[in-house]
Design a protein around this ligand. Structure first.
Ligand code: G6P
Ligand code: MG
Length: 219
């Protein structure tokens, strides 16, 4: 049997959250806003524009549309600088083997990410060609927790949502998968991702033959 396997990027395939954090923290500081790991957690899976809106809200700050655009551009320049040395060594534990196993079973693989930097990042990691479909921040209009990104991915693969599995590290992403009616697998902490159908710290913590378990799993 087959299912559509849909992967989030940041925090699932590669640990870019620490770089997003540094870039957002610098930006927040430039506006006199305090920004900690706790706030960063809430920005996981959240698009660039919505992230800046939230930071301004938390800091109770209003800025002009021009400055807003300038800050967004600046954030991405700093982020791109921070990730410029990303390589195959930065793929999170177990992900590469999991993708290889899916490939050997001819299972369809998609990316479902809010990031506009997704394609160049997958290239740096050397895994872009393993994805049959890539849906990223340049393709979607509605951000997670809206299910658009995942529905778009499973449609392109020709699968129905109930035959799709989503791997996510963010609360918004798990909610998006659940709203779509897809099996949601959380990567991270159980207490944060408690809405997911199953949670693992890393792909390496999944039981033997977990792909087979997923193929037989019903939502
Ligand atoms: C992912 C990350 C978010 C990030 C968003 C947009 O969802 O978890 O932290 O803000 O992508 O990424 P981008 O690369 O387009 O700024
Ligand atoms: Mg993520």
């Amino acid at each position: 049997s087959k299912k559509a396997f849909i992967f989030d990027l940041d925090g699932v395939i590669v640990d870019t959250a620490k770089f997003h954090f540094v870039a957002w923290q610098r930006l927040a500081a430039s506006l006199g806003i305090n920004f900690t790991e706790k706030e960063n957690e809430q920005l996981k899976g959240v698009s660039r524009v919505n992230s800046l809106k939230k930071i301004l809200e938390w800091g109770d700050k209003e800025i002009s549309p021009e400055l807003f655009q300038e800050k967004m551009d600046q954030k991405n320049i700093e982020y791109l600088d921070l990730i410029k040395t990303l390589s195959v060594n930065d793929i999170l534990p177990g992900v590469h083997d999991f993708l290889l196993e899916l490939k050997s079973q001819n299972q369809p693989i998609a990316l479902g990410s809010a990031s506009k930097n997704a394609r160049p990042i997958l290239e740096k990691l050397g895994v872009k060609d393993m994805f049959d479909v890539i849906v990223d921040g340049t393709n979607v209009t509605k951000a997670k927790p809206d299910p658009e990104v995942f529905l778009n991915a499973c449609n392109q693969l020709g699968f129905s949502p109930q035959d799709s599995v989503v791997f996510e590290d963010s609360v918004a992403g798990v909610q998006a998968a659940n709203t779509a009616g897809m099996i949601s697998i959380g990567l991270g902490e159980k207490d944060i991702l408690h809405e997911a159908d199953a949670v693992f710290n890393h792909f390496t913590d999944m039981p033997q033959d977990y792909i087979n378990t997923l193929l037989n799993k019903k939502k």
